[in-house]
Design a protein around this ligand. Structure first.
Ligand SMILES: NC(=O)c1ccc[n+]([C@@H]2O[C@H](COP(=O)([O-])OP(=O)(O)OC[C@H]3O[C@@H](n4cnc5c(N)ncnc54)[C@H](O)[C@@H]3O)[C@@H](O)[C@H]2O)c1
Length: 391
């Protein structure tokens, strides 16, 4: 039997649970050996829950003692770039880094370059590419059911980088990861809005022109939609083709254009009750494809170079609004355009009070005893963080 790949998880918060689901499903190939988090209680809970033996308060400390084969980077966005580069230079074989890949096209390129220079495989956690609904949609498009795709429509909420990264990326997967020709965008930011400590917009929209002729329109925080009731999605994808259309969720695909009038539901290959857009088999398949890639198999469907295309599209929506022109690819602005726009006075605030839509996740000032008490009641991490006493 071949040796197992060792893993260290960086950041023992909410999304690390989904990464652990993925590793545990692949336990014959994977052994999770260490966790890194500056918060001692977060490390302790993680070690107890997953029977992980080693823990460190920083990546520097980890790499001084132990170089795992794989690291999972499960920290907030702004850390993704520097932690990926640090891990690549330390000598790991592969990195699974959370979305959004980075804050700016320059940092994303630095991640790809550091991984290429050190022969490291980089995967970005756009795990929804593995959901059976999106896989089914790809199969249907490739079968020619709707003819050539012409137009892709995407809606998202809670920040372009936060949610829209998934359905921009997922729609690209379904239509075959086309090259981008240009992006034209518009941004509104009159309130001082942040998400996990990253400046974000109040709302935005962008038109994407792919080189193969397909256009895609993304709107973020412009239309409310129902995503909380069962089997609805918070990442809708709608594709119109020459002879039909698909309305796509992670659970199933609705098809218009068959012999019968109206929409026809085409189920995914797995019953929708068994589909987890985050965690479960979805992360299990992401890890399995990485193991296969490490063992000499095909490139990963969530590889860093594919994710950088998605990131460049999002950065170009901001950059286009900044320069009032279409942004042609390859992109040449490396800095986060929303920060540049802010510094240049192009998005003046009507209300200067800073707020962070995920600020409740900040663990630096909470009463950890209170956290433990709520945890024992079986309350999930995000809910605990909204209830816990602040010091
Ligand atoms: N792929 C998805 O569907 C999905 C879903 C949710 C979140 N995310 C992404 O996951 C990332 C983390 O989000 P979250 O909700 O898990 O946040 P979180 O706040 O729950 O967890 C982050 C953890 O990182 C720790 N941390 C802070 N600084 C650190 C450092 N220097 N080294 C190691 N650990 C450090 C914190 O103490 C905390 O425990 C974000 O980038 C987010 O966008 C992805």
């Amino acid at each position: 039997m071949s040796k197992k790949f060792t893993v260290a998880v960086i950041g023992a918060g909410s999304i690390s649970q989904a990464h652990m689901n993925g590793y545990n499903i692949n336990e014959k190939d994977i052994s999770v050996e260490a966790v890194v988090d500056p918060v001692e209680n977060a490390r302790k809970i993680f070690m107890d829950q997953y029977d992980v033996k080693k823990s460190y308060s920083s990546m520097k400390d980890l790499f001084e003692h132990f170089i795992p084969d794989i690291v999972s980077i499960c920290t907030w966005h702004a850390l993704h770039h520097e932690q990926t580069v640090e891990a690549a230079k330390a000598g790991v074989k592969a990195i699974i880094c959370e979305k959004p890949m980075a804050i700016g096209s320059g940092p994303a390129k630095a991640m790809i370059d550091a991984c290429a220079e050190n022969n490291v495989k980089l995967v970005i956690s756009h795990q929804r590419r593995f959901t059976p609904g999106w896989e089914k949609a790809k199969e249907l498009v490739e079968s020619g059911l709707i003819g050539n795709p012409l137009f892709v429509e995407l809606k998202a909420l809670e920040g372009l980088l936060n949610w829209a990264t998934h359905n921009i990326d997922g729609s690209r997967y379904i239509i075959g990861d086309p090259d981008t020709e240009w992006v034209f965008g518009s941004v509104e930011r009159t309130t001082n809005k942040f998400e996990r400590d990253t400046r974000i917009e109040d709302s935005c929209m962008g038109l994407i022109q792919y080189k193969n002729g397909i256009q895609s329109f993304v709107q973020s925080d412009l239309a409310q939609y129902d995503y909380e009731s069962q089997w609805k999605t918070n990442h809708p994808i709608f594709i119109r083709g020459e002879i039909g259309a698909l309305d796509i969720t992670e659970y199933e695909v609705k098809y218009l254009g068959g012999r019968y009038s109206g929409w026809e539901t085409i189920p995914a290959d797995i019953p929708k009750e068994k589909i987890d857009p985050i965690g479960g088999d979805t992360n299990g398949k992401l890890v399995k494809e990485l193991v296969n890639w490490l063992n000499g198999g095909n490139d990963h469907r969530c590889s860093g170079d594919k994710a950088k295309q998605t990131l460049d599209i999002m950065m170009s929506i901001y950059q286009s609004a900044r320069i009032n022109e279409k942004v042609y690819f390859p992109v040449n602005e490396n800095t986060y355009p929303l920060d540049l726009m802010f510094d240049e006075g192009k998005i003046p605030l009507k209300n200067p009070e800073r707020y962070d839509i995920r600020g409740f996740l900040d663990r630096s000032d909470i009463d950890e005893e209170d956290y433990n008490m709520l945890k024992k009641q079986g309350i999930p991490h995000h809910q605990i963080m909204q209830k816990v006493k602040r010091l």
